[in-house]
Design a protein around this ligand. Structure first.
Ligand SMILES: Cc1cc2nc3c(=O)[nH]c(=O)nc-3n(C[C@H](O)[C@H](O)[C@H](O)COP(=O)(O)OP(=O)(O)OC[C@H]3O[C@@H](n4cnc5c(N)ncnc54)[C@H](O)[C@@H]3O)c2cc1C
Length: 298
C-alpha cells in the first residue's frame, strides 16, 4: 500500500514506523503506517476514505501491549495534543480527550475538587486505553466513573457510547473493533483538593513500593482469576525471576514481565506462555493474558 493509495491527511502519516520507542516494553516491529491525526475531522475523513479492508488499531502509551516483532499491518492511530485536553463540564464531571494521560485527568480532577478519580494517577496510559481496558486500581475502575465516550468508528462515523454500551467486565470492554475513543466523560463526587492530593500521594507511594515502575514492562501480564491473585499463582509456580532471552519475570512483582535490555517481543511472549504452562501444571488454573498482544510474529 503506497501513500498514493491512502486518503490525504492534515496530520502525520509515517510508513514503516518503529513502534518499540512508543511502547513500554521497548520491543517489537513497525507499524505499516502510523497516523497521528491533526484533529477529529482529520481522523474521521481518513477513516471514511480508507479501504475498509485495511486494519486499524489505536495506540495509547503502549503500557499494556506487546507489539510482535513482525510489526502491525495496516494503520496504527496515535492521538496527539489535539486529543489531550481535559476540562470540567460541571461540579463533578470532566470532559477528557482520548489521548490525555491519567496524570492529567487526576490532577485536573483535584484542581476542580472532584474526588474518586485519584486511582487514574497511578495507571500509566491514556483515556482511550483506560476506556478500552476498563483500567482500575486501588478499588476504582473506569466502569464506575465513565458516563459516556465519543468514538470514531472504523467507517469514520462519530458515535456516542454510554457506559452500558461497553458491557464492561474485569479489564475488558466490548468497544467495537477498530473504534478510536476520542473523548470520555468521567464523573466523581465533590471533594477537597488537599484530601484528593493526599490520596494521590498515598497511591503513588504504594505503587512505588510494589511495582517495577522504572522498568520496560507492560503492567499486569495476566488477569486475576476469580478468587485468586495472578502474582501469587505465578510465585507459587516458582516463576519469580524466570528468564527467557532478555525477558524476565519481575522479582519485585511476579505478575509483571520485564525487558531487561535486549528482549525481543518473542522472548517476552514466550516467557508469558511458559509462566502460563507452569501455573497450569502447579495449580490447574489457566491464566488469561491481560496484556494485548498485537501484530505479526516475525
Ligand atoms: C507500570 C505499569 C503499571 C500498570 N498498572 C495498571 C493498573 O494498576 N491497572 C490497570 O488497569 N492497568 C495497569 N497497567 C496497564 C495499562 O496502564 C492500562 O491497561 C492502560 O489502560 C493502557 O493505556 P494505554 O493508553 O497505554 O493503552 P495501550 O497499552 O496503548 O493499548 C491498550 C489497548 O487499548 C487500546 N487503545 C488505546 N488507546 C485507544 C483509543 N484512543 N481508542 C480505542 N482503543 C484504544 C489499544 O488498541 C489496546 O487494545 C499498568 C501498566 C504499567 C506499565
Amino acid at each position: 500500500m503506497s501513500v498514493a493509495e491512502l486518503p490525504r491527511v492534515a496530520g502525520k502519516l509515517t510508513a514503516d514506523a518503529p513502534l518499540a520507542p512508543l511502547v513500554w516494553f521497548k520491543s517489537g516491529g513497525q507499524a505499516q503506517w502510523l497516523f497521528e491525526p491533526k484533529d477529529l475531522e482529520d481522523l474521521q475523513s481518513f477513516l471514511r476514505n480508507l479501504d475498509p479492508a485495511t486494519p486499524v488499531m489505536a495506540l495509547g502509551l503502549g503500557s499494556n501491549m506487546i507489539v510482535r516483532d513482525g510489526g502491525v499491518p495496516g494503520v496504527v492511530v496515535r492521538l496527539g495534543k489535539a486529543f489531550a485536553r481535559v476540562s470540567p463540564v460541571d461540579a463533578t464531571t470532566l470532559d477528557c480527550g482520548g489521548g490525555a494521560s491519567g496524570i492529567l485527568v487526576s490532577s485536573t480532577a483535584r484542581d476542580a475538587g472532584i474526588a474518586g478519580l485519584e486511582f487514574l494517577r497511578s495507571i500509566p496510559g491514556t483515556v482511550g486505553g483506560f476506556v478500552r481496558m476498563n483500567g482500575g486500581a486501588y478499588g476504582g475502575e473506569v466502569k464506575d466513573i465513565l458516563v459516556d465516550c465519543d468514538v470514531v468508528l472504523r467507517d469514520g462515523q462519530l458515535a456516542r457510547l454510554n457506559v452500558d454500551d461497553l458491557h464492561y467486565s474485569y479489564r475488558h470492554s466490548e468497544l467495537p473493533d477498530g473504534a478510536i475513543v476520542v473523548s470520555a466523560r468521567f464523573r466523581g463526587k465533590p471533594g477537597e483538593p488537599s484530601a484528593i492530593q493526599a490520596e494521590m500521594d498515598r497511591i503513588s507511594e504504594s505503587r512505588e513500593a510494589s511495582q517495577p515502575l522504572r522498568s520496560k514492562t507492560g503492567g499486569s501480564t495476566f488477569k486475576n482469576p476469580d478468587g485468586h491473585k495472578a502474582w501469587q499463582l505465578v510465585d507459587e509456580a516458582g516463576c519469580r525471576g524466570l528468564q527467557i532471552g532478555g525477558a524476565q519475570v519481575s522479582e519485585k512483582h511476579t505478575n509483571f514481565l520485564i525487558n531487561t535490555g535486549d528482549a525481543s517481543s518473542a522472548d517476552i511472549e514466550a516467557l508469558g506462555e511458559e509462566v502460563r504452562r507452569r501455573v497450569k501444571a502447579k495449580s490447574g488454573i489457566d491464566l488469561q493474558w491481560e496484556i494485548q498482544r498485537v501484530g505479526d510474529v516475525k
